[in-house]
Design a protein around this ligand. Sequence first.
Ligand SMILES: [Zn+2]
Length: 118
Amino acid sequence: MHEITVVANIIEIAENEARKAGALSISEIELEIGKLSCIEKTAFDFAWKHGIRNTLLEHAKRITHDIPGKAKCKTCKQVFEIAELFDPCPHCGNYFSEILEGNELKIRSLRIKESTNL
Ligand SMILES: [Zn+2]
């Protein structure tokens, strides 16, 4: 279940960023998950629920954006929407295409609660 590793990475990056900004906790996190990133939603949710315990993200609201897959055919140069990594080009049937979007798994934004003792 590679979702555990993925979640651990996201939490680490988010906590580093939040600490740099002097945050007490993270109130909201927005994620972009590409459809081609091979993330299984249920496994991800499970890993998330357990991973955020005792971290700055423990009470954070999580917003997830699904990014559809987009590829460019290497033969006919057409750009098309792709659901699976090895789908053929719908225009010429070629299997060799370059993935333009849909591989991402990243933090779009973080909302933090700052320390109040100034
Ligand atoms: Zn093509």
